[in-house]
Design a binder for this molecule. Structure first.
Ligand code: ZN
Length: 233
């Protein structure tokens, strides 16, 4: 591990990690916003349109086609970043993982206190009776997964046009405010609410780990421009 990063971690006991899509790319999960040739052949709309609340309500089968192809990777495994963060939590140094990802890989690696700002593909619920379902209900549910009661099953993920869970947001702010070290990884910090949350950090150990530069690099105490899984090796 980067010696400066190691030194900062070793001298901290209230670390909070904030992560984005880049944390999971080394597990083979691409950012769903990344548009490729295959994508434009298959879908008529940009991802932000398909993954919106109104599109889900109007065209659930098209939504689920995209969602299952582009946002669910049931065979993905945690990488070194997920594993090291889980280990730091077990050692008592890390207090929370705040993630914009919906893949559940932090929990799969053993992390317990995970704040999922955008929800999780592993939780799904009936819009009519509220019954909860796992991922299988969506994977095996045909073009539009339905509850026994006849209602449509909706993933518990935050779609465009939907607001974030205020309780999770509040808890995230609280953890960041109280952190002695904040590690931000795999996010370019442009997607709401990432940039705003980081402003709550008041300490002197802000570490940014991202493949490309961000507008926050100058404010950070340490910037590491690399793949995050590699950094945590
Ligand atoms: Zn139902």
């Amino acid at each position: 591990m980067n010696p400066e990063l190691k030194e900062l971690i070793d001298s901290s006991e209230n670390i909070v990690f904030f992560g984005g899509a880049g944390v999971s790319t080394e597990s083979g999960i691409p950012d769903f916003r990344s548009v490729d040739g295959l994508y434009s052949q298959k879908y008529k709309y940009p991802p932000e349109t398909i993954i919106s609340h109104s599109f889900f309500m109007r065209n659930p089968s098209e939504f689920f086609d995209f969602y299952k192809n582009r946002m669910i990777f049931e065979h993905a495994k945690p990488n070194n970043a997920h594993k090291r963060l889980a280990q730091l939590e077990q050692e008592g140094r890390l207090k929370a993982v705040i993630t914009q990802n919906i893949d559940g890989l932090h929990q799969a690696a053993g992390s317990r206190n995970v704040l999922e700002l955008h929800g999780s593909v592993h939780r799904n619920y009936c819009m009519k009776c509220g019954r909860f379902y796992g991922l299988e209900a969506v994977l095996n549910g045909g073009s539009v997964p339905m509850c026994q009661c006849g209602g449509t099953i909706k993933p518990d993920v935050v779609l465009y046009e939907e607001s974030l869970d205020a309780h999770i947001l509040d808890k995230s702010v609280e953890y960041i405010e109280n952190a002695d070290m904040l590690i931000v990884g795999g996010t370019s910090l442009v997607v709401y609410p990432a940039a705003g949350l980081i402003n709550y950090y008041k300490g002197k150990k802000l570490v940014l780990i991202n493949k490309s530069s961000t507008s926050y690099d100058r404010r950070a105490n340490l910037v590491i421009s690399d793949y995050i899984g590699k950094v945590f090796e």
